[in-house]
Design a protein. Structure first.
Length: 199
């Protein structure tokens, strides 16, 4: 707004184009935007460095494992294609670092990429099917899990149709797994499919 169109009034307001506009003398709009942008940037840097340190501090070890090798690879959690430098020891992914010279990620990780190794090393990772029996989680066989889940799904479909189910994905799966998830919903006959990251 041109300065000539502003006219000072009493108190902390101005008259602009015939309207009275109240001003906050402590924080102007431009100052607020600058402060907000700086805060968001610093928060992002702090979170990324914290998560990267966590990923690199696997098992509290800072030096490379004897006989391990560095493998440059691509993060699979979305289609951007950021770089990860993985440390592989005896065929097992044991640690990761940022790929400093990668042309896409340029030496950084998002929060999913920084925690990518957790999908492999987390003690909470589910390694076999489990079922709650009498209030307690117990291991079951893959055949039992597939048969019970398949029978329940077919019963729901027969009673209420394919749209009775909603397929909700996870941000902790690879791009290829998300594709398979969507294809399964389509073959099931339902468009009720979404992704956790978008929700």
């Amino acid at each position: 707004m041109a300065r000539s169109k502003l006219r000072k009034s009493s108190g902390d307001s101005v008259v602009a184009a015939g309207r009275r506009v109240t001003l906050n003398p402590k924080v102007a709009r431009r100052s607020f935007l600058k402060i907000s942008a700086a805060t968001a940037a610093l928060t992002g840097v702090a979170m990324t460095s914290k998560m990267t340190r966590k990923a690199n501090a696997a098992a509290g070890k800072s030096s490379p494992y004897v006989g391990s090798e560095k493998v440059n690879t691509i993060c699979t959690y979305c289609s951007v294609g950021c770089g990860i430098e993985a440390e592989v020891h005896n065929g097992v992914w044991v640690r990761q670092d940022i790929a400093a010279d990668h042309p896409v990620s340029r030496g950084a990780h998002c929060c999913k990429g920084a925690g990518a190794i957790d999908m492999v090393t987390s003690p909470k990772r589910l390694k076999n099917p489990m079922k709650k029996v009498n209030g307690k989680w117990t291991n079951i066989t893959w055949d039992q899990a597939m048969n019970e889940i398949g029978d329940k799904l077919l019963a729901i479909r027969e009673k209420d149709g394919p749209d009775a189910l909603h397929f909700n994905g996870s941000a902790k799966v690879s791009t290829e797994m998300a594709y398979q998830h969507r294809k399964f919903a389509a073959f099931w006959g339902s468009n009720n499919v979404d992704h956790q990251a978008r929700i």
